[in-house]
Design a binder for this molecule. Structure first.
Ligand SMILES: *Cc1c(COP(=O)(O)O)cnc(C)c1O
Length: 431
């Protein structure tokens, strides 16, 4: 079968042994339909699927690959580290180096603990916030994703007096009964929640530039109100910067907004594509963690020597002068080009970006919350997704995901992407 689609063959094989054929649900193309592309290799701004078809990659492993794939300095650091051993279960100098590098760039953090995934980091930050404050309740916002810890897989209850309901089977209601889910950018509701429950709230966790409901910024007023209400009520403000950290700028969303959180959760870029994440904050809070304090947290592979080598090499590159200016310019030119193409073809469209992260909407306004994001026309998005895929441009296979540009994307890649989108907008007008 010389013309058989290798992705179809692999998908069949995968589904026989892995639930849904994937190890993380959004990879399955369930929202957009069709066969997931099985990736064979990647280089720079591209990856190639099982048919050896090349795509311009706007996912970048969902954020980590900010330098593009296979950056020589990162590859060299990882190769060197591998030869020195994969994992020791004992401390290393490289963990200190990475901790020092992170703290130097995120001034709100005085201490940091390294873990292996964003889920683990957010879950640990939550436990630390509860342990440090001696309180149970937490606030999260609809449309923000903080990994899949039980207490965070939750949707809003009816009214502010009732707490959240689980969004996943296997999560007992008792586990989410302390999680209050509020609407993003809704100041009145936030104030009401603090008025009702303020003295029992351990922390408020937020993606201050949300990348898990496409791309939605917290307004400066809303972000400031989060900070002030937490301070006023003795709750900890936790910025989940797993996606935005070292992605929207060298100092994360907190740098962009000029707001100092109590705890910061990091992941994705700090591992440069290896399993690595972190959480940190002021010394007095972080010293509540075991082995110093009563809040337990641990990990066999935490601070893994190969992952830390990859993260350190990545941070070294992105901390070079001018890195984010160049990356931002690239992302802005993509966004501006897409807007112009949509306008030329009469397609309702809006888009926004910060640093190397962007989002676009097939509607004229920029949504302020999850409910508005979800009014996007699914069929229209899916047609755009598959149109781009056919033309060798790979964007996230769901309309509620952000996009990512890397330092390896060329002006030509961006021009090709814009032209592909224009063709699809034009064709959809004719239909
Ligand atoms: C990706 C992500 C997580 C979860 O990280 P994993 O490494 O996938 O567990 C948590 N929070 C945010 C904001 C994320 O984007």
């Amino acid at each position: 079968m010389p013309n058989a689609d290798q992705n179809d063959i692999l998908f069949d094989r995968a589904r026989a042994v892995i639930p849904g054929g994937v190890n993380s649900p959004v990879r399955a193309f369930k929202a957009v339909g069709g066969t997931p592309r099985f990736i064979r290799r990647a280089e720079g701004a591209y990856f190639w699927d099982a048919n050896d078809k090349r795509y311009i990659d706007y996912i970048g492993s969902w954020g980590p690959m900010i330098l593009g794939h296979g950056h020589p300095a990162v590859v060299e650091a990882v190769q060197k580290a591998v030869l020195e051993g994969f994992s020791y279960g004992a401390p290393t100098e490289r963990e200190i180096e990475l901790a020092e590098a992170i703290l130097a760039l995120v001034p709100s953090m005085e201490m940091v603990r390294l873990v292996s995934s964003g889920t683990e980091a957010a879950m640990s930050a939550l436990r630390l916030a509860r342990g440090a404050t001696g309180r149970k309740h937490i606030i999260k916002f609809e449309g923000c994703y903080h990994g899949h810890a039980d207490a965070l897989l939750v949707k809003a209850g009816s009214g502010l007096a009732t707490f959240g309901h689980p969004t996943s089977a296997g999560v007992p209601p008792e586990v989410t009964q302390h999680t209050l889910v509020l609407e993003y950018n809704n100041i009145a509701q936030l104030e009401e929640a603090f008025a009702l429950h303020g003295n029992d709230i351990a922390c408020l966790m937020i993606e201050a530039i949300a990348g898990n409901m496409n791309f939605v910024r917290a307004t400066p007023e809303f972000a400031k109100r989060c900070r002030d209400l937490c301070t006023q009520h003795g709750a900890l403000l936790v910025f989940d910067e797993v996606m935005t950290g070292f992605r929207v700028g060298l100092h994360g969303a907190q740098g962009v907004l000029g707001i100092t959180p109590d705890l910061t959760v990091l992941g994705k870029v700090i591992g440069g594509g290896m399993p690595l994440a972190a959480f940190g904050g002021p010394r007095a809070i972080m010293e509540q963690l075991a082995p110093l304090g009563p809040v337990y947290q641990a990990g066999t592979l935490s601070g893994n020597p190969v992952a830390t080598a990859c993260g350190l090499a990545t941070l070294k590159e992105i901390a070079k002068p001018g890195f984010y200016e160049a990356l931002s310019k690239k992302t802005q030119s993509l966004v501006a080009g897409l807007k112009a193409a949509a306008a030329a073809e009469g397609q309702a469209f809006n888009a926004d970006s910060e640093g190397g992260m962007f989002g676009f909407f097939l509607m004229n306004e920029l949504p302020q919350n999850y409910a508005t994001v979800m009014t996007t026309d699914n069929a229209q998005f899916n047609a755009l997704f598959h149109g781009l895929l056919d033309r060798g441009v790979y964007i996230a296979p769901a309309l509620y995901e952000a996009g990512f540009v890397s330092a390896a994307h060329s002006d030509d890649d961006i021009a090709v992407t814009i032209e592909a989108a224009r063709q699809i907008f034009k064709a959809s007008k004719r239909r």
